[in-house]
Design a protein around this ligand. Structure first.
Ligand SMILES: Nc1ncnc2c1ncn2[C@@H]1O[C@H](COP(=O)(O)OP(=O)(O)O)[C@@H](O)[C@H]1O
Ligand SMILES: [Mg+2]
Length: 279
């Protein structure tokens, strides 16, 4: 069942070496990502203010909070799509929004993003979707791109989807294809917005296994999710955004927050099945 743990070997037709996993030494490494005094919103409306957190290589940070608290908005700020109202977003040593467009463009190639809904281009096959970032940013031949895209699809459990149209896939398969596309350039940093919402339990567990594998090979992950099983399975730390306070009210390992976090966070982490999968 855990097919992603035994990912298929890289096809022999592919001459492109996969990058060596980053060393997993979370204490020594510089943060991959850091939010410093970050306030986010739309127009004059502040949705969340004074957010401070960082992400180390090989760490999974889950962003959680009630619907509408600003999780997707925060992700858009972290990936360079929305300018903060205040504060900074650091990618490594670079202050993203103070960097020039060329530097921003370079940074963008160092992370993968799966947005809520996992949109794929409907006019392209699944394989073409996964190859797109490679064609845009990597010096690979068409044959190498295809071999790598097939490999990424196999890694997410879709070995036969390369030639299919996105419309031929189920919702869960589309999400996994979007994860394969986010992995296309083997980014050291990955952003996922509700990757397992609406997935059946087996697909969800398979995705968790994949995320654990990525974490264990040094990838840093920022993931928005409501799913308690995913949180306890993969999150090293949970960042809780309070919809009423409009700021973060907890940051720490989920079990620690369940045991001794603020009441709202303990309630969130101890709720029953009935409230899972809400948006
Ligand atoms: N483009 C936008 N313009 C104005 N308000 C927005 C926009 N997108 C989202 N919002 C508002 O920002 C708040 C946070 O939205 P969102 O980040 O999508 O929340 P979450 O992902 O936590 O459910 C919500 O109140 C939403 O209505
Ligand atoms: Mg959202």
């Amino acid at each position: 069942m855990n097919d992603v743990q035994t990912a298929p070997p890289l096809p022999s037709a592919c001459a492109v070496p996969l990058p060596a996993p980053a060393a997993k030494d979370a204490t020594a490494a510089a943060p991959l990502l850091r939010a410093e005094g970050l306030s986010i919103g739309h127009g004059d409306t502040i949705i969340q203010r004074d957010l401070n957190f960082s992400l180390q290589p090989g760490e999974v940070l889950v962003i959680a909070g009630a619907s509408g608290c600003g999780k997707s908005t925060l992700l858009r700020h972290l990936v360079g799509l929305q300018t903060p109202l205040a504060g900074r977003v650091w990618h490594g040593e670079v202050d993203f929004y103070a960097a020039d467009p060329a530097a921003q463009s370079q940074l963008r190639q160092r992370f993968g993003v799966m947005f809520q809904g996992g949109a794929l281009w409907s006019s392209m096959t699944v394989g073409e979707n996964v190859m797109l970032p490679m064609q845009l940013f990597a010096p690979y031949s068409p044959r190498e791109c295809e071999a790598l895209a097939r490999y990424k699809l196999a890694v997410v459990g879709l070995p036969d989807a390369f030639d299919l149209a996105p419309s031929a896939l189920s919702g869960g398969m589309r999400k996994r294809a979007a994860v394969a596309r986010a992995l296309a350039l083997d980014p050291p940093l990955l952003f996922l917005d509700e990757p397992s919402a609406g997935l059946d339990p087996m697909s969800s567990a398979r995705l968790d296994t994949l995320l654990q594998h990525l974490r264990d090979t040094g990838t840093g992950l920022v993931m928005v999710t409501h799913e308690l099983e995913s949180i306890f399975a993969v999150a090293d730390r949970l960042l809780f955004l309070d919809v009423h306070e409009r700021t973060m009210t907890a940051l720490g390992p989920p079990q620690q927050l369940l045991d001794s976090g603020p009441d709202t966070v303990r309630e969130f982490l101890s709720r029953g099945d009935d409230s899972r999968g809400s948006r």
